[in-house]
Structures are given as structure tokens and as C-alpha cells.
Ligand binder design. Structure first.
Ligand SMILES: Cc1ncc(COP(=O)(O)O)c(C=O)c1O
Ligand SMILES: N[C@@H](CCOP(=O)(O)O)C(=O)O
Length: 410
């Protein structure tokens, strides 16, 4: 920070703005366009990048108006990315550093992670791109098909282990302590250095205006800290004069941080997380708990939770306004609903919901919802297809009935 402080906020704003939309290596990446703040000493030739970042900050105009009475609601689509989640932002940094270490003949034989599906996808893609072996520990039958096929297709060594994510995490920590395998989970601060650029990007996309609220779904809890760090650096280096309040949103079935918050931050208790449609955050013993608590205390943050029905309804509502979000983003939107209903977030507050993965990774949950195949869930916003005979009259009948109901609605 001392070195960075030799330049003022205007210098950094101008520098970062000058790199947007350019393809000059490596600055075409949203992460590496902030290289001086991320990993300054790395040689550009060692960087492994897919020009990640620069993700869409989407004005959720219709969703905000229709469901929340809000006029300044935004969704930061971090999942519209190379491997379909925000993990690309951190993985480009970590794999670049490993690439550098290997060129320096350091004994790194491969890179490994435990994963609920997104870290493994990002790790395997970036390693494959650099020709580095990757090893992924996945909890058997607990991640989506799309996520499972990603490391398989990218040539990772995939271990499907009969445990949950926390079990995989414990194993990979033990294994990497014994073997020359570099640990790629967010315990490693290189990951967070990349992920923090999403926060800087939000400020940049608002022309360096600070939103009032930023809502982030939390599991292993590296990302909430990374966002805090990105915002805090911008404040300390004079790019902005304050930081937003942050909300960390958890699934009620995997809510150790929420319970800790509710207890007034008194003694944290890890838990065994239950199955949730937000499967990538089915985590009961988050590795970055201390960092997350620190970040939330510093920004006057809040922790919320979402039941399965709440998160699935929120996802369907968002999709009905033109998005195609993942269940984790449904968790974040549920937090927003709750805070709006309680009057904590005001209708005109500028609010950003961080969407963490692409909805196409989680189509089975959407299929289950829209076909009302989920036990004990009303699936209030389901929109099942209408089955109709290949017959002109039959098609006309269903269309007339549909169009009639639309006219009545408008
Ligand atoms: C799609 C998705 N959303 C949210 C999260 C939570 O991020 P973090 O583990 O950094 O809290 C994860 C991973 O844990 C994820 O894969
Ligand atoms: N959701 C994550 C869980 C691991 O998180 P990490 O950020 O510590 O790697 C995943 O996709 O694996």
C-alpha cells in the first residue's frame, strides 16, 4: 500500500479507465487491468489469462420495479465468464503465479483443490491452458452435471470422493502438506487478490460512484472478504471516499456464518451442511471465516439466510424478468427481499447483487422447479411447457387462451 500511495486516486482511476475495452496483453483482462494492485512483480509472459473480468453490471430495472419497488438495482454478472463463475478472477492469478514458479524450477508438480464445482472448473481450465497438471477433489453426487464435466473435459485428474465439501477440503489440505501439489482454494490469498477486482470494477462501472449496498452469496467465505478488500483499497488510495455496506447471504441449509452473526459474533460453530439447491455453497466449515467476520464488521455488514423455497422462488422471479441466474444468486436476492421488506434497504438505495455463477450450470434445479417436481415446494413462479397435439385447432385454442390471459393482465 505504501508503494501504491505514491500515486493519487485520480492517477489510478485514469490508468484503470484507459485500459477498459483494449486488447493489449494482459490488460484486456479485468483482473490484469489492475495488475499493479494484484501481482505487480509478475512478468507479462508468465500470465495465464482468458481475459476474464469486465463482467456485465446489469441494471435490473424490471425486477427491481416489479418485485421490490426499487429503481436503482444492479446485478453484477460475475458468472458470465470463461468457466461460468467468479472463480476465474482468482484462478488467473493463482495459476499465473504457479506458471512462474514452475519456470523458476520450483518443485510444483501440480495444482489441487477441493471444490463444490466452480473452483474445480476454473482451476482445470486455467491449468490446461498453461499445460500444468490439475487435481480436483469433488464430493460425490453433490455437484451439478455441468460442473462435473468441466474438469473432466479440461483433462484434470478428478477424484470423486464419498464425503461432503468440508471432507474434501480437509483431505486436500492434508495431501498438499505431504505432496508437491499447490493448493488452489481461497485459503491462498492469490485467489482473493484476483477476486477483489470485481469490487473495483463495480466502482469503475459506476464512474467511481459508490453503491449503498453490495450483496454477495457466501460459502467458503473468501469472496466476501475479497470484495471488502477491493472496496477498501479504493478508499485508502483515494479513488472513492467511502465503501458500501455489504450483505453476505447464505442458504439456511448451510448457514454457519448466519448463526454466528445472529449470536452477536460469539464463538463460531462449524456445522454439517445439508443439501441445498445452492450446491456450490453447501459448506459448513468455511476456511475464510475469520476474514469474513473481519470484513463484515468493518463495513457494518449484515448476514442473511434463504430457505430452499425462498431461493428457488427468487431465482424464478429473476429469470422471469430476463435473467438466467444460478441458485446462489437466488440466495442473494432473497437477502435483498428480506432487507427491503424490513426497511433496511430503501427503495432508492443503489444496490448491487453479485451473481456468482452462470445459470446454465444449474439447469436441473430449474427443470425441477418449473415441472413442480420438488417435494413440499409450491413452485409459485413455475412456467411449465404446455403439451399440445400437432393440430391447427388445438394450437389455436391454447394460444387464444394464453393471449386472452395476457390481455387481461396488461
Ligand atoms: C456459485 C458460487 N457462489 C458463491 C460461492 C461462495 O463464495 P465463497 O466460497 O467465496 O464464499 C461459491 C463458492 O463457494 C460459488 O461457487
Ligand atoms: N464454491 C467453491 C467452494 C470452494 O471455494 P474456494 O473459493 O475456497 O475455492 C467451489 O466452487 O469449489
Amino acid at each position: 500500500m505504501e508503494a501504491l500511495k505514491r500515486f493519487d486516486g485520480a492517477y489510478w482511476r485514469d490508468l484503470f479507465d484507459s485500459r477498459v475495452g483494449k486488447s493489449t496483453w494482459p490488460y484486456g483482462s479485468g483482473v490484469w487491468s489492475k495488475k499493479e494492485w494484484v501481482l505487480p512483480e509478475i512478468d507479462d509472459d508468465d500470465i495465464v489469462s482468458a481475459f476474464e473480468g469486465n463482467s456485465n453490471l446489469f441494471w435490473a430495472e424490471r425486477f427491481g420495479e416489479k418485485f421490490l419497488g426499487m429503481n436503482d438495482l444492479w446485478v453484477k454478472h460475475c458468472g458470465i465468464s470463461h468457466t461460468g463463475s467468479f472463480k476465474d478472477l482468482g484462478m488467473t492469478v493463482l495459476v499465473s503465479q504457479v506458471n512462474r514458479l514452475r519456470k523458476m524450477k520450483r518443485p510444483v508438480v501440480g495444482v489441487g483443490c477441493a471444490s463444490t464445482g466452480d473452483t474445480s472448473a476454473a482451476l482445470s481450465a486455467y491449468c490446461a491452458s498453461a499445460g500444468i497438471p490439475s487435481i480436483v477433489f469433488l464430493p460425490a453426487n453433490k455437484i451439478s452435471m455441468a460442473q462435473l464435466v468441466q474438469p473432466i473435459a479440461n483433462g484434470a485428474f478428478v477424484l470423486s470422493i464419498d464425503t461432503d465439501f468440508d471432507g474434501c477440503m480437509k483431505l486436500i489440505r492434508e495431501i498438499t502438506a505431504e505432496l508437491p501439489i499447490y493448493l488452489a482454494n481461497s485459503l491462498n490469498s492469490l485467489r482473493l487478490e484476483g477476486q477483489k477486482t470485481a469490487a473495483i470494477e463495480i466502482l469503475q462501472q459506476f464512474d467511481w460512484q459508490v453503491p449503498d449496498w453490495v450483496i454477495v452469496p457466501g460459502g467458503n467465505l473468501g469472496n466476501i472478504y475479497a470484495f471488502y478488500k477491493g472496496f477498501k483499497m479504493c478508499q485508502e488510495l483515494g479513488l472513492v471516499d467511502r465503501i458500501p455496506r455489504m450483505v453476505c447471504a447464505q442458504a439456511a441449509n448451510a448457514n454457519p456464518l448466519y448463526l454466528h452473526y445472529k449470536s452477536g459474533w460469539k464463538d463460531f460453530k462449524p456445522m454439517t451442511a445439508s443439501t441445498t439447491f445452492a450446491s456450490a455453497i453447501q459448506i459448513g466449515d468455511p476456511v475464510s471465516i475469520d476474514r469474513a467476520v473481519y470484513a463484515l464488521k468493518k463495513c457494518d455488514g449484515i448476514v442473511e439466510e434463504a430457505t430452499e423455497e425462498e431461493l428457488m422462488d427468487a431465482m424464478a422471479q429473476a429469470d422471469s424478468t430476463g435473467m438466467f441466474i444460478c441458485p446462489h444468486t437466488g440466495v442473494a436476492l432473497t437477502a435483498l427481499f428480506k432487507l427491503r421488506n424490513r426497511g433496511v434497504i430503501a427503495p432508492t438505495d443503489r444496490t448491487v447483487v453479485v451473481s456468482t455463477a452462470h445459470g446454465l450450470k444449474f439447469t436441473q434445479s430449474k427443470i425441477d422447479y418449473h415441472s413442480k417436481a420438488i417435494p413440499d415446494m409450491a413452485c409459485r413462479f413455475s412456467n411449465p411447457p404446455v403439451e399440445v397435439k400437432a393440430d391447427f385447432g388445438a394450437v389455436m385454442d391454447v394460444l387464444k387462451s394464453y393471449l386472452g390471459s395476457q390481455t387481461l393482465r396488461s
